[in-house]
Design a protein around this ligand. Structure first.
Ligand SMILES: O=P(O)(O)OC[C@H]1O[C@](O)(COP(=O)(O)O)[C@@H](O)[C@@H]1O
Ligand SMILES: [Mg+2]
Ligand SMILES: [Mg+2]
Length: 335
């Protein structure tokens, strides 16, 4: 994909947006190559420090952050908000766009050769650097991710559907392979970190209890579970074959609002999934109806096939005695 990719031109993407996403794609292609060569020259999974969110930073977190910043210096991006930066960094003072980024998502998987990624979200600039980001998530102009897996892909939306590109390692360019990605309606897979079961709120426990009960429970059918611990990889699976992802708030200290960040994780994934016909909520309410309260604010996050996400919201409307009972009358939710 070049800065003037004919596919983008045909889709009527404004040049500033097109230029910015093309630069992100170029850095993504370089990172894909570096990751494939991890351990030959660099120890990409080595610990280097701690970020604002208190997460341990790996070498690749910092390398990726610096590579994106460098590539965007003379681009249309004025404001750069990153998981790895405490506050907003000014890139091009004349720029018209604001970019929020998780430069390297799934850091715990770097050294075990499991898929990792980059998540990005683009807004028009606001009156101040902070105002560019602390605003309704529906103001996003574009959102996407790059997944570094057995195959390197980019999923992106400009607000008119979700597009899928595959990186061809032969020419180093991303090629469009699907211009109408759709989350399949039916799936029997759910993804949640079940080791936190005892900490979850009751509606989430009840929903998962019912999935685990399978054919003998209210859903009257069996489910399968996945947990990759890379949000991009979970999203990629759900955009490809459906299902549901949950990272709820829980009663561990610091996890009251879950683990995932609204600005550079949940809002962009919510836009991508919604544009592909799925849904994304905080368990009860749509993420795209909400505002970003703080650069690094967390939010409970549930997304995937529309019907499943709606069902989780319905569990939040049940009276306490229903969610605490084993199955109760939840057979009404049969599917
Ligand atoms: O280790 P946990 O609590 O299951 O959390 C896994 C989640 O944390 C994340 O790795 C957080 O992202 P970062 O790696 O960018 O901090 C998500 O990709 C993933 O969904
Ligand atoms: Mg992340
Ligand atoms: Mg990260």
């Amino acid at each position: 994909m070049s800065a003037h990719d004919p596919i983008f031109a045909a889709a009527g993407i404004p040049p500033a947006l097109e230029d910015t996403v093309a630069r992100l794609a170029r850095v993504g292609a370089q990172l894909a190559r570096m990751i494939a060569r991890g351990g030959l020259e660099h120890d990409l999974g080595g610990a280097v420090g701690t970020n604002t969110g208190g997460d341990a930073q790996k070498a690749l977190d910092v390398i990726a952050d610096e590579a994106f910043m460098e590539a965007l210096k003379d681009s249309p991006v004025r404001d750069y908000a990153s998981e790895e930066q405490d506050s907003v960094v000014t890139l091009n003072g004349e720029g018209s766009l604001a970019l929020a980024i998780d430069p390297l998502d799934g850091s715990s998987n770097i050294d075990v050769n499991v898929s990792i990624g980059t998540i990005f979200s683009i807004y028009p600039v606001g009156d101040t650097a902070e105002a560019s980001f602390l605003r309704p998530t529906t103001d996003q102009l574009a959102a996407g991710y790059i997944i570094y897996g057995p195959q390197c892909c980019m999923m992106v939306t400009f607000g008119k559907g979700t597009l899928k590109y595959v990186l061809d390692p032969e020419d180093g360019l991303f090629h469009l392979v699907n211009d109408k990605v759709q989350v399949p309606l039916k799936s029997s897979e759910y993804a949640i970190n079940a080791s936190n079961y005892r900490h979850w709120p009751r509606p989430i426990r009840a929903y998962i209890d019912d999935c685990v009960a399978g054919a003998e429970g209210p859903h009257a059918r069996n489910f399968n579970m996945r947990w990759i611990a890379s949000l991009v990889a979970e999203t990629h699976r759900i955009l490809t074959r459906g299902g549901i992802f949950l990272y709820p708030g829980d009663d561990r200290k610091g996890y009251e609002r879950g683990r995932l960040r609204m600005l550079y994780e949940c809002a962009p994934i919510a836009m991508l999934v919604t544009q592909a016909g799925g849904q994304a909520t905080d368990g009860a309410d749509a993420i795209l109806g909400q505002s970003v309260p703080d650069l690094h604010a967390r939010t409970p996050f549930v997304f995937g096939s529309a019907e499943k996400v709606a069902r989780v919201a319905a569990y939040h409307d049940l009276p306490d005695h229903e969610t605490s009972a084993l199955f109760g009358n939840r057979g009404l939710f049969r599917s």
